[in-house]
Each structure stands twice: as C-alpha cells, then as structure tokens.
Design a protein around this ligand. Structure first.
Ligand code: SF4
Ligand code: SF4
Length: 178
C-alpha cells in the first residue's frame, strides 16, 4: 500500500474509463447503500460532516484537468447571471450568446455537450464559468442525505464522486448494501 492508499484506506481510482466501468458495476450496490444510509441511525449532520470531510481530502488528490468528464458528458443549466457573465466575457450581446451557445430544445437554458468552452480538457472561460460548474460535483452542500440519488448517479462518471462514495461506504460500513 503506498502512502496515498494508506491515507485513504483504499486505492483511488482516477481513470475516468475505469470509473465508468466500476461505477456501472456498483450502481445497484450504491442504490441499496443510499437507502440504508437514508433510513439508518446517522443524523443528517453526521452524514454532511463525513461527506464534506471526505470530499475535501479526495478533491485535493484528483486533477480535474486530466479528466474533463463533466464538461464532456453532462449538460449544465445556465442561469440569467451566467448568461450575462459569459456574454460579457466573450464580448457578445446576450442575444448572440444565446443563439450561439444555448441549447433551445429543452425548457431550461443549457450548454451543449460536450461543452463548447472545453478546450484540451480545460475550461476556456474559467473565470466566467457558470455557477453550476463552480459547485460541481456538489459534495460540499448541506443536507447531503437528500442529494444521495444525484451523488450515486454522478459516481458512475466523476472520479471525485466515485471515490468519495467508495470511501463513505467504508465509513458507514454497516449501511453498505449486500
Ligand atoms: S463552462 Fe467550463 S467548466 Fe463549465 S462545462 Fe463548460 S468547460 Fe466545463
Ligand atoms: S469534477 Fe469530476 S468529472 Fe469533472 S473534471 Fe473533476 S473529476 Fe472529472
């Protein structure tokens, strides 16, 4: 076991393809774990504290610039503030920004997938990126218990979320699905 494994108690899986493969394989186990955790004896505050702590540790070990999966595979919703900020950043009118970058077919205004601002696994508009991109993968939010469905769905794609969930399953082992 190397020092990184020792500090996490298990090897981190950082390869996005491997995360996709393992995540799909663990989908049912994760669903069962979610149900047990939600209905178990831990308080919402205990679960939040653990998620936030584990997220902080694992986020520091995973380099998003080597991944880019969320920017390639997920469709992010834009708020009015995001559109204004991005349009200003790109020196476009709001109308021109909308017609160029915003998908029209959904009710919400979203960016296309892969995101048009993703260049060589980096965000080309990082300073002006949407709020949802700033907060993804949303593991430092309050009331994580109510977000578990989204978390285990993201665990099938995002290396950070995958490793956080695996670590949380170790911490809350008695709630782990069988
Ligand atoms: S705006 Fe930037 S951070 Fe957000 S999805 Fe696009 S490339 Fe990724
Ligand atoms: S947040 Fe997750 S999916 Fe997005 S780049 Fe980082 S590790 Fe990859």
């Amino acid at each position: 076991m190397n020092s990184k494994e020792a500090s996490f108690g298990r090897e981190l899986v950082t390869n996005p393809e491997r995360v996709r493969e393992l995540g799909a394989r663990m989908a049912n186990e994760n669903l069962r774990w979610r149900t047990r955790l939600k209905n178990g004896s831990y308080s919402s505050a205990q679960i939040d504290r653990a998620f936030h702590e584990v997220f902080k540790l694992i986020q520091a070990e995973i380099d998003c610039t080597q991944c880019g999966v969320c920017c390639r595979d997920m469709s992010f919703e834009l708020g009015a503030g995001d559109i204004q900020r991005l349009a200003r950043h790109l020196n476009l009118s709001i109308a021109d920004f909308r017609s160029t970058y915003v998908l029209e077919e959904s009710e919400e205004e979203t960016l296309a997938t892969p995101c048009p601002f993703l260049k060589c696994s980096r965000c080309s508009c990082y300073e002006a990126r949407p709020e949802v991109c700033r907060s993804f993968p949303h593991l430092d939010k309050p009331d994580m218990t109510s977000r578990l469905l989204g978390v285990i769905s993201n665990a099938e794609r995002c290396p950070i979320v995958f490793n956080v969930v695996e670590h949380m399953k170790d911490r809350f082992a008695e709630e782990k699905g069988r």
